[in-house]
Write a protein of this length. Sequence first.
Length: 56
Amino acid sequence: MTITPTQRLIFDPELIRRYDRPGPRYTSYPTAPHFREDFDERSLQGALDRSNASGR
């Protein structure tokens, strides 16, 4: 999405409150020590499903 001077930027206060938390200082997530060779697409889908179900 491109913002032009004629468009109004809208902030969602609830979304900002939800994610207003300190994050890792690393540029990748998970951090390198947590990478695993056996983490495949199925593992990713399971992790995403669990994360979405948690409501966080």
